[in-house]
Design a protein around this ligand. Structure first.
Ligand SMILES: C[S@@+](CC[C@H](N)C(=O)[O-])C[C@H]1O[C@@H](n2cnc3c(N)ncnc32)[C@H](O)[C@@H]1O
Length: 203
């Protein structure tokens, strides 16, 4: 009886590559061959989970360095049984630089990246020219990066860095529908402006 009432959990959705030093063959981890999008710094996964449900024609990869957050999202996914979401617990700069294969990503969503507001901590920020290089290398031609942050000084730096790179063109900023808003966006939306910018990789 107890067994009958227990919900059967699906296998873990976490990617555990055989080799952490080589690009990950993403196609091995998603049952369907379809475009891959990355939610980088996926946090508690509100956007990731809603987006995956609303877009079954897309494979979504959530990346975050916090194990606790990745495990919580994984537990929810195992109950829901989504086939188009996978999780990677990894530092974002390392993942984009070494683990994501070249030209394999259609879209990056980078929402509310940690701003490290103190000047002496600025070197910890994920966004820097080498990170932009990794985004460019891993995006498909025509692929997009969507960025949003409540921290306007960091937004200015990101916006300027991306605008100065002639390999990207500015496109209309991405604004999530209510159901897909991230936890940080819900928290900040009534408290002040949110900086948003989006860029497409030129041919
Ligand atoms: C401010 S929260 C935003 C979470 C979510 N994107 C949102 O908008 O609600 C930043 C998230 O990015 C993760 N994070 C910060 N720096 C990271 C890095 N270098 N690599 C991977 N994840 C990172 C943190 O663990 C945290 O979950």
């Amino acid at each position: 009886m107890v067994r009958e009432r227990m919900k059967v959990l699906k296998p873990s959705t976490r990617i555990m590559p055989d080799n952490w030093l080589q690009p990950i063959p993403l196609e091995k981890y998603f049952p369907k061959a379809q475009p891959v999008e990355i939610d980088l710094g996926c946090g508690k996964g509100r956007f990731l989970l809603a987006r995956a449900k609303n877009h079954p024609e897309t494979n979504l990869l959530g990346i975050d360095r916090m194990l606790r957050r990745i495990r919580k999202i994984d537990n929810r996914l195992r109950r829901r049984g989504d086939e188009n979401v996978r999780l990677l617990r990894m530092e974002g700069f390392y993942a984009t630089t070494f683990l994501i294969p070249p030209g394999s990503i259609r879209t990056y969503y980078i929402f509310h990246p940690d701003p490290w507001p103190k000047t002496r901590h600025a070197e910890n920020r994920m966004f820097n020219p080498r990170f932009v290089e990794a985004l460019h290398r891993t995006l498909e031609t025509g692929g997009c990066v969507h960025i949003a942050t409540d921290h306007l000084p960091y937004f200015e730096i990101i916006n300027q860095t991306m605008s100065a790179d002639a390999r990207f063109e500015r496109v209309e900023p991405f604004v999530a529908i209510d159901e897909e808003k991230t936890d940080f966006e819900l928290w900040y939306q009534d408290k002040g402006p949110i900086g948003r910018c989006s860029f497409r990789k030129r041919p």
